[in-house]
Write a protein that binds this ligand. Structure first.
Ligand code: UD1
Ligand code: MG
Length: 531
């Protein structure tokens, strides 16, 4: 009896403090996700929701789309949480003397914000799951987040409707103090929703990286909210919006931690597009409704960089294979930059860099095996362009296959004979960037001029590594895929999958630290009133 009284007292006292309740729900959601994910794995596999880990020696089948479990648990706890921010009005309405006052002052728009935000997140969980099951084409799935954000934008219009931006101090003599963007502001917010969801989905593909980066962003958002809540200069509306942001972010951190335990290296579950969309929309929701979309974008610096780097492939200026994830080298067990074929014709014409030894590959020196696999994997990865066909077939095709066996004569300067086997050749670093190609006019290539310019520019900036044809040294044959993960491997050298995920999380954390410095220190040089 005493325990029940104590529990009731605890509930009654905390019920009036929504933040405490929210923290409780966040912890609860994390624990439930932690237990529910392995418990439901078998059911997902039976339902055909499974994928192959492309970066492992064993062809292990892993349950896919487990972000659905995290998303559902998140939605359930958020639905349960809905009454708590309004508890004092509910309590007052029970009191005959205050009933009228409670009805008059009830914050209907706050409730509408909460409900529309949950509707948008729920829609994205649903669309992400549909993408996992149906493998929706990029051109169709690209605008979906903006459509899912419409309920949110309508409530934004009814509620605040603020569509002006404060001009940074240095630009005020030209542009004035405020610019009203009008309808453009809503388009901008729709773009924020699109960007947040897809940018996480394209910075993906190695164990734990999607949840890892989302966790760093979510913790950064929570810290930013806490800083505002602690600050004595924060206005009442600012406190309210940052509190609102915390209500959404804390349970998200909870379910993400529960999922990360199973998704980190070595992954026992994949999170699927469901989680990427769910995470991105949750961030977009808090950025839009708590009015700090610019600060939010500061926490997305690595994703913005990855998007800009990926743009030539995303917009098909250069070929984009189905999977751009770094390549797993089975010989060394390390991750290496994956490559895409730029010019299939030149690639086919090119004398092969490898000769299959008479007795197969099993007796080769590991370095030689690596060379064989690299070429084989390049061919399979680069050969399949992203056409929206079944992910499972494509994942299989991305696995290293046996290399073709054609004998070759190595052209001078481009291929160096392996020291241990006269019949096997490996790339020499000098073959990757021939000096005479740098200043040449555009050679005959199946690349479009814009694509060729992109390749040269990215190469000059050190953002990709290009291999040219052996004969002229001018036709780009293949290059490393344009992603932040491949770039990390290019600069830091091959590393384990686990270390690569940690590197991405470290980059994300450093960028968050820079974002905090910009937002809380340098802002005084750009804006006079911290908002
Ligand atoms: C996006 C990327 C694609 C990348 C893929 C990896 C673009 C345009 N698309 O495509 O380049 O290869 O994400 O998720 O940039 N997988 C692993 N290990 C992991 C996680 C995933 O091997 O830790 C593989 C599994 O086979 C899994 C598949 O990736 O089934 C999921 O890929 P999917 O989410 O369908 O790819 P996209 O989002 O379309
Ligand atoms: Mg994906």
């Amino acid at each position: 009896m005493a325990q029940y009284t104590l529990a009731s007292l605890l509930i009654l006292t905390t019920a009036y403090d929504p933040l405490t309740v929210n923290i409780g729900f966040a912890v609860l959601a994390g624990i439930i996700t932690w237990f529910a994910v392995p418990a439901l794995s078998e059911i997902f596999i039976k339902a055909g929701l499974k994928g192959m880990d492309l970066c492992k020696k064993s062809k292990q089948i892993i349950p896919e789309s487990m972000g659905m479990v995290a998303g559902l648990i998140y939605l359930v706890v958020m639905f349960l949480f809905i009454p708590f921010p309004f508890m004092k009005w509910f309590a007052a309405s029970q009191d005959g003397r205050q009933e009228e006052l409670a009805l008059l002052t009830f914050p209907h728009l706050k409730l509408a914000e909460l409900l529309s935000a949950l509707l948008s997140i729920q829609s994205m969980v649903f669309l992400g799951f549909a993408d996992d099951v149906l493998d929706i084409r990029w051109r169709f799935k690209m605008p979906l987040p903006a459509i899912a954000a419409i309920p949110l934008l309508v409530v934004y219009w009814v509620n605040a409707g603020v569509t002006y931006i404060v001009v940074p101090i240095p630009l005020r003599p030209i542009l004035g103090h405020l610019i009203d963007l009008g309808v453009l502001y809503y388009i901008y917010m729709g773009m924020v929703a699109i960007f947040c969801t897809h940018s996480i989905n394209i910075m993906a593909g190695i164990n734990g990286v999607e949840v890892g980066q989302s966790l760093v962003i979510a913790v950064s958002i929570a810290l930013n909210d806490i800083l505002f809540l602690q600050s004595s200069s924060s206005s009442a509306p600012a406190i309210e919006t940052h509190l609102f942001s915390l209500y959404f972010i804390l349970p998200f951190i909870g379910v993400s931690v529960g999922l990360f335990i199973h998704n980190r290296y070595p992954s026992r579950v994949f999170i699927g597009d469901t989680y990427c969309y769910f995470a991105g929309m949750t961030f977009a929701v808090v950025g839009i409704l708590a009015h700090y979309s610019k600060t939010l974008l500061l926490f997305f610096i690595p994703q913005i960089f990855n998007f800009l780097l990926s743009a030539p492939q995303l917009f098909r200026l250069v070929p984009c294979p189905r999977h751009r994830i770094p390549r797993f080298n089975r010989g060394t067990g390390l991750m290496e930059p994956s490559r895409v074929i730029l010019d299939q014709e030149a690639f086919d014409e090119e004398p092969l860099t490898i000769i299959k030894p008479r007795h197969g590959t099993q007796h080769l020196h590991p370095q030689q095996q690596m060379t064989l696999r690299r070429s084989a994997s390049t061919a399979s990865l680069g050969g399949s362009t992203q056409t929206g066909s079944s992910s499972h077939t494509l994942q299989e095709s991305a696995l290293p296959a046996d290399p073709p066996s054609r004998s070759v004569t190595p052209p001078p300067g481009q291929l160096t004979p392996s020291s241990s086997s006269p019949s096997l050749f490996s790339f020499s670093p000098s073959s990757l960037i021939p000096s005479k190609s740098r200043h040449s006019p555009m050679p005959r290539t199946s690349l479009k001029r814009s694509g060729w310019i992109c390749v040269k520019l990215l190469e000059a900036l050190g953002l990709t590594q290009v291999r040219y044809d052996a004969q002229t040294g001018q036709r780009p044959i293949e290059m490393t895929n344009l992603t932040i993960m491949n770039l990390i491997l290019l600069k830091a050298g091959p590393m384990s999958e686990q270390n690569l995920t940690l590197s991405v999380m470290l980059v994300q954390t450093i960028c968050s630290a820079i974002a905090f410095i910009i937002r809380h220190q340098l802002v005084i040089y750009v804006y006079d009133v911290p908002s």
